[in-house]
Design a protein around this ligand. Structure first.
Ligand SMILES: *Cc1c(COP(=O)(O)O)cnc(C)c1O
Length: 467
């Protein structure tokens, strides 16, 4: 099997698509002009059940759906495509719709970019003390695109795929000065679209003696789901696995963060063989995915998926809440329902699969777990908990929000017990205004700024405990 991507321009080459009715084909073309679309023959031939269109979960996962656009926008795009409008007219209409779909959620670009001597380290994020995220420039695409992808905006923009040689040097410099960092997480896109030789240029520098404190190299990828041949028959598959082995031999963990959305993705001979080969290098495969309507919003699906992951020697890790971006209305699951699905699935598997945590929101203040729904003093509440916080002091801290049946994201929630805001909100405000950073982000020797929560109380009351 040789990899070849199939995009909007190649839709009519797929025999399965040629068999769809003309209305469905028109919708495919219209929606894929606005939102990213890419598949390959493995996804089309081995994962999708074409007798169950449009309900098939992998079809929903990879092919654009009518419900992903507002009805008005859909009609406008369908009309343009049906009239064979010039490509720049189609693109212009698409841009306008994209701009209304919250393309850059959760303050990603502004708040999390690390610096070395005032130089911004573009292509990376450092939000939680232990882990630096790195987006290698050649790894910013995928073997196929998920319809619900929260990074969808980058796939409809213009791609720039060149090796910025300074990129890795600056990252190493940053890491040398940050002994608190134990993990470097390569993400994208999908770093597994890179050739082994290029990936080696990113990974080898992290094995140097000066970066002894970097203990785990993580790779966030959906290649096991969308292109398991990456580890089997691609021309550099053996080189890639050899590189994983070298990480293990250096005494570090190669943490393979696999994105699996549905047990169907674990059911082919190719994926089983690929999992065995990756595990054979000493890498540990952890599995995570968002909970998404039309794809996996079902307790049985998650229970079967976690069970199968354990059988294949993988570790269930996170169930995420789908982010508030792109076609969120089509895919969203309320927090109450997410909690019910998680709890039901969790109750159906043994402790071996209960390494998974969720449902978890990767929100601006941190990773927030919906840990329960309860009642205190007659008030129905969500019990929430920080799995990760911008300030490590927030980790494992619980807090409460008023129960709201429709809420689907942290921003939809109100604090419980008559509070006017959540405890972390003064800190986030101060951070956005440049008045505060968590203590681990201070350069050594720099005095820590005043606590913004106490400062705001002092300003409001004219009274400060510190005097
Ligand atoms: C999830 C995430 C991490 C990793 O968190 P773990 O809980 O250690 O897996 C790191 N950085 C960001 C920005 C994240 O969203």
């Amino acid at each position: 099997m040789r990899y070849r991507s199939i995009g909007r321009r190649h839709l009519s080459q797929l025999p399965q698509v040629r068999h769809l009715d003309p209305e469905q084909r028109l919708t495919l073309e219209a929606v894929s002009a606005v939102l990213p679309f890419k598949v390959n023959r493995y996804v089309v031939d081995e994962l999708i059940d074409w007798d169950d269109i449009p309900h098939d979960p992998i079809y929903q996962l990879t092919f654009p759906q009518a419900g992903m656009l507002d009805p008005g926008d859909l009609e406008r795009m369908r009309a343009l495509v049906a009239a064979n409008a010039p490509e720049d007219v189609v693109r212009c209409a698409a841009r306008e719709i994209q701009a209304r779909m919250n393309p850059h959620p959760a303050g990603q670009r502004k708040l999390n970019v690390p610096t070395v001597d005032g130089r911004r380290l573009e292509g990376s994020q450092h939000k939680y003390r232990e882990t630096v995220l790195f987006f290698p420039s050649q790894g910013q695409t995928c073997h196929a695109y998920c319809t619900y992808c929260f990074r969808w905006a980058q796939f409809v923009g213009v791609q720039e795929l060149r090796f910025a040689s300074g990129e890795m040097r600056t990252l190493v410099e940053y890491l040398e000065r940050h002994p608190e960092v134990t993990d470097v997480l390569f993400t994208g896109g999908d770093p597994m679209v890179m050739g082994a030789a290029i990936l080696r240029r990113y990974i080898e520098p992290l094995l140097s003696a000066r970066l002894e404190h970097v203990r785990s190299i993580r790779i966030g990828t959906k290649a096991l789901s969308y292109w398991p041949y990456r580890f089997l028959t691609d021309s550099d598959a053996d080189d890639l696995l050899r590189l994983f082995e070298e990480v293990t031999e250096a005494g570090k963990q190669l943490a393979f963060m696999a994105h699996f959305s549905h047990p169907r993705e674990l059911g082919t001979a190719a994926v089983e063989r690929a999992v065995r080969r990756v595990r054979g290098t000493g890498a540990v495969i952890r599995c995570q995915a968002p909970l998404v309507r039309h794809v996996n919003a079902d307790a049985g699906v998650w229970a079967r998926m976690w069970q199968r992951q354990v059988e294949l020697g993988m570790v269930p890790y996170y169930m995420f809440v789908e982010r508030d971006t792109g076609p969120k209305e089509y895919f969203k699951v309320s927090l109450a329902r997410a909690y019910a699905i998680f709890s039901e699935a969790y109750s159906r598997v043994s402790g071996l699969a209960r390494t998974v945590r969720g449902p978890s929101m990767s929100a601006t203040p941190g990773k927030v777990l919906v840990d329960g729904i309860t009642e205190i003093g007659g008030e129905k509440l969500f019990v929430l908990k920080f799995l990760q916080g911008r300030d490590p002091a927030w980790t494992n801290r619980i807090f409460f929000a008023r129960f709201d049946r429709a809420a689907a994201w942290l921003d939809d929630l109100e604090p419980a017990g008559g509070e006017t805001e959540f405890f972390f909100e003064p800190y986030l405000r101060a951070m956005e205004e440049g008045r505060w950073r968590p203590s681990w982000q201070h350069d050594r020797g720099e005095p820590a700024p005043a606590d913004p929560a106490e400062e705001e109380v002092a300003a409001a009351t004219g009274f400060s405990e510190a005097g």
